[in-house]
Design a protein around this ligand. Structure first.
Ligand code: HEM
Length: 444
């Protein structure tokens, strides 16, 4: 599949439901997709990574000033019931600030003033929409907001997005602040300098060559929230769970973080590559828990699949039948929808020996990228891949620098094997969702 992308197009009709705030990169195909892709590629760039890194560190620092964390002395502990409650907040703030260009911090709460013309703050709307998008996609009982709140949140977010587009575009075109050229120039400068995805999307769409329609701007900024928020939050949570269950890997990670971290603890995206082991931990997490478990593709022609006998000894399965032929073939008709299965590749011992073991070292130095596919592969590969990597590496590096992470036993005497079984459970909803990861953080 890596070699021949045209033979396996994306069945975009399966994603129609994601169009409700406007057409976007996930749902588009053909020339529409190419146009949106050109704009999007310009948006995900190094200036943005710098900004995202800084924002993620700022979010972590905000958390450290928050109740529960602010006065912790070395050796003191804080327990959380489910690490996702923390990591979802991190991911929401990261996409809110580095994605939407807001200025939200850990301590912002529901008491913030609601702007005129709205019935919810931007943060509440973003939070409800992020939480309830799955419900909106017709999978029941997974959000904690009422249906009325959810509908309001979607309307509100749409209103906010529309007014932000108007404001950013107005500033770029010099339409704001009529009669006040100085203020106008300042606003224009500020928007031009902003490195959040939304500002860059508006700017790129105004550049003329490949304009985006308003509804596409709206659809794309929403899709960043939906595609990038939960996937990353769940993955950071699984990373913390794995580090808690494999303390020797956590110690190695801590050692390497301290080596990479400048003495004053101040880092920028320029330091990203120094945190190679942190990225390796994140990649190994994505190998074990790929958030998207099945990636649909369509066959553009009748296709013969060949299965190699060397796949027979998957340790997850019962012993293979004694008479497996050297090669088996299967002919599948044109237009059939088939699925790329990241878990099937990631758990194949041919590519990853002892696939159930957590070994970040697999991703230190050179590794085979064709068998590492949490972000898919080919032309429709995830455009937000590096966004997720930068956010996760920055957060995990700072978190593990300040805390050691431990499993919270469910009962006295619970063994490591029992904890593994309990903590690493997940359900593949739209993305793989951890059941419950209770953790204890000890201040270093
Ligand atoms: C752990 C984090 C993430 C994982 C595992 C992930 C995984 C994926 C996968 C499997 C696809 C489908 C590709 C295909 O159809 O072949 C995809 C597409 C996409 N992702 Fe991600 N993603 C992540 C984070 C993000 C982030 C942070 C953003 C945006 C800020 C994002 C935006 C997108 C978009 C726009 C597409 C559609 C690309 C296209 O069809 O051209 N993703 N992602």
């Amino acid at each position: 599949m890596n070699a021949n992308q045209n033979a396996y197009p994306k069945p975009v009709e399966k994603y129609d439901v994601l169009n409700f705030l406007g057409p976007n990169l996930v749902t588009a195909h053909g020339d529409d997709w190419r146009r949106q892709q050109v704009v999007s590629r310009g948006v995900f760039n190094t200036d943005g990574w710098n900004f995202l890194w800084g924002e993620t560190v700022r979010i972590f620092e905000g958390m450290m000033k928050a109740k529960g964390y602010n006065e912790m002395k070395s050796g003191e502990e804080v327990k959380i019931e489910h690490s996702v409650s923390m990591t979802l907040r991190v991911a929401l703030l990261a996409i809110g600030n580095a994605g939407f260009g807001m200025d939200m911090s850990w301590n912002d709460d529901q008491n913030m003033p609601i702007p005129a013309g709205h019935t919810m703050t931007f943060q509440t709307a973003l939070h409800c929409v992020a939480q309830s998008s799955i419900l909106r996609l017709a999978i029941p009982k997974v959000c904690q907001v009422t249906v009325r709140e959810m509908v309001t949140a979607f309307d509100e977010l749409e209103k906010y997005i529309q007014s932000i587009i108007k404001e950013k575009r107005g500033a770029l075109l010099g339409e704001n602040a009529p009669g006040n050229d100085e203020a106008n120039a300042e606003l224009k400068f500020e928007i031009n300098e902003r490195q959040d995805l939304f500002s860059k999307l508006v700017k790129a769409s105004l550049s003329g060559e490949v304009p985006l329609k308003d509804e596409e701007l709206q659809g794309n900024i929403y899709i960043y929230l939906l595609a990038g928020h939960e996937t990353t939050a769940h993955s950071i949570s699984y990373s913390l769970a794995l580090l808690a269950l494999w303390p020797e890997k956590q110690e190695e990670m801590y050692r390497q973080i301290m080596q990479a971290m400048p003495a004053d603890g101040v880092t920028t995206y320029a330091d990203y590559k120094k945190f190679e082991y942190v990225l390796a931990v994140y990649f190994e997490t994505l190998r074990i828990f790929p958030p998207v478990q099945q990636i649909p593709k369509k066959l553009s022609q009748d296709t013969v699949f060949t299965f190699d006998k060397s796949n027979e000894h998957n340790t997850a399965r019962a012993a293979p039948p004694a008479t497996v032929p050297e090669q088996m073939t299967l002919t599948v008709e044109k237009d059939t929808v088939v699925f790329i299965s990241p878990p099937a590749v990631h758990y194949n011992p041919k590519y990853y020996p002892d696939p159930y073991d957590f070994r970040p070292e697999r991703f230190v130095g050179k590794f085979d990228r064709t068998t590492f596919i949490p972000f898919s592969t080919g032309t429709r590969v995830c455009i937000g891949r590096h966004f997720s990597e930068v956010e996760s590496v920055a957060f995990l590096a700072y978190f593990i620098k300040h805390f050691s992470v431990h499993p919270t036993p469910a009962y006295e005497g619970e063994t490591r094997e029992e904890m593994k079984k309990r903590m690493l459970q997940g359900t593949p909803l739209i993305t793989l969702t951890p059941h419950s990861i209770p953790l204890t953080f000890r201040r270093r």
